[in-house]
Write a protein that binds this ligand. Structure first.
Ligand code: EPZ
Length: 419
């Protein structure tokens, strides 16, 4: 089992370039089943993406991944298509459930493993199935699999999600592209990753409009010509490195290959805490800040503060003056990083779904354990500001979603190594 060893208190300087978004790439790869010939650029070379590519190959698509230039070409000749997403692939990469909408819409049937829960929560898919049933799918759950079919194809209709779900919005959107007639999805998630998926589907010929939280999909003919798409940058990776800069920038930490208009809300919150941020169109410059002010945050669907940055923000708030509050309002169990941070000296107590973080607190290095993707990166941030050495175990969680994390940080003078 690999570990990360971090020597704390090393100031950061230099430049970090942000990779493509894992959470935009995954639904786009799932939607590529609908097309014939696709080239997706700026994809992050992380475990979850490799697993999704495995799944596409298992289904019968041909893929050519260029690791040097971060792009993949995907061909669907509609030959020997296996409309099955097996447990072995979906269990480690829950987003595998996103092929359900493609397979059902294009091949009128699908057998997809229930993704099951993960460390941060039970992660149900009831909202996905609710939407697909509304589109006319017959759905059964048997032996841990979702058996879906739509003998006469899917039929457009009006669907109002009872609660906001990124994955359910994506699955319904992808399925509706192949439905007869018009579909109106209401109370949708509208994360930038979903807008990127919409622009990918439009290149395929889909007719989609997004107004507020409503997405309208008109019946359209899917093109068979080649589709080129470049995935947006990873705003969660960006937020993570902005927090690293706020904690440890020597003078300036430059972060580029981004689009600052997408992350206005995160930038405003960091500025409110006192982080010095200079914004350019394609980059930000983070300056070390003296005093950090406490803040109260509730995680919300976009454009609110993202749950995927909650653990990272918590580390920053251990260095803020006074008692900050973070309410985790999206997932039921996303505070697993707290016991580990407390072992490093953080003063955090949890009441109901709210963490109270007292700062500023000196953290000291310890041997800790990663539990989920974003919690693991919060332990990296904590290790970088702590005295002495921190050892992080189970870093396979990190490898699911952060491309070249060590080398990006080492290039900015952090002392971090994988053993
Ligand atoms: C996506 O997960 C992201 N994953 C998550 O990022 C992210 O944390 C989450 O959206 C929220 O922003 C990908 O995009 C691959 P949801 P998803 O459906 O789609 C409940 C990471 O770190 N819910 O918006 O699974 C659910 O339990 C990952 O990159 C239902 O009740 O999130 C949760 O409480 C972690 N029924 C809430 O909705 C459903 O059918 C939001 O979940 C679906 C979800």
């Amino acid at each position: 089992m690999q570990k990360l060893i971090i020597k704390g208190k090393k100031k950061l300087s230099g430049k970090i370039s942000i990779s493509g978004s894992k959470n935009a790439t995954l639904p786009i790869l799932a939607a590529s089943i609908l097309a014939t010939n696709v080239k997706v650029k700026n994809i992050p070379l992380v475990k979850d993406i490799f697993t999704m590519i495995e799944l596409l190959k298992f289904i019968g698509l041909k893929t050519k991944l260029n690791k040097k230039k971060n792009f993949i070409e995907i061909y669907n000749k509609d030959k020997n298509i296996n409309t099955l997403a097996p447990y072995k692939l979906v269990k480690t990469m829950r987003a595998g459930v996103l092929v359900l909408g493609s397979l059902l819409g294009k091949y009128k049937k699908a057998k997809v493993s229930l993704p099951g829960g993960c460390a941060i929560g039970t992660r149900p898919v009831d909202l996905h199935l609710f939407a697909l049933k509304k589109l006319g799918a017959k759905i059964k759950i048997k032996d841990g699999y979702i058996l879906a079919e739509a003998k006469n194809g899917l039929k457009g209709t009006k669907i109002k999600f009872p609660s906001i779900s990124v994955g359910a919005t994506e699955n319904a959107l992808i399925a509706a592209v192949n439905a007869r007639g018009t579909t109106i999805l209401k109370n949708c998630a509208i994360e930038p990753e979903i807008k990127d998926l919409i622009s990918f589907l439009e290149k395929m010929g889909a007719k989609i409009s997004l107004i507020g939280r409503t997405i309208l999909i008109k019946e359209s003919k899917i093109k068979t010509s080649k589709i080129n798409h470049e995935v947006i940058f990873d705003r969660i990776e960006l937020g993570t490195y902005m927090i690293a800069g706020a904690l440890l920038a020597k003078k300036n930490l430059i972060i580029d290959k981004i689009d600052t208009k997408i992350i206005k809300s995160e930038i405003n919150i960091l500025k409110k805490i006192g982080v010095k941020i200079t914004q350019k169109k394609k980059s930000v410059i983070i300056k070390k800040c003296k005093r950090l002010k406490k803040i109260n945050i509730i995680t919300k669907p976009f454009p609110g503060f993202p749950t995927d940055l909650q653990a990272q923000l918590m580390v920053l708030l251990t260095q803020a003056d006074g008692i900050s509050k973070i309410k985790e309002d999206i997932f039921e169990n996303r505070f697993m990083h707290v016991p580990e941070l407390k072992r490093m000296g953080a003063h955090i107590i949890i009441k109901d779904k709210t963490a109270l973080i007292k700062g500023p607190t000196k953290l000291t290095g310890a041997e800790v354990m990663a539990t989920d993707l974003r919690a693991s990166v919060s332990l990296v941030l904590a290790g970088m500001i702590a005295e002495n050495r921190t050892i992080i175990n189970r870093i396979y969680h990190l490898d699911r979603g952060y491309e070249f994390l060590e080398s990006k940080l080492k290039n900015c003078k952090a002392q971090i190594k994988r053993v």
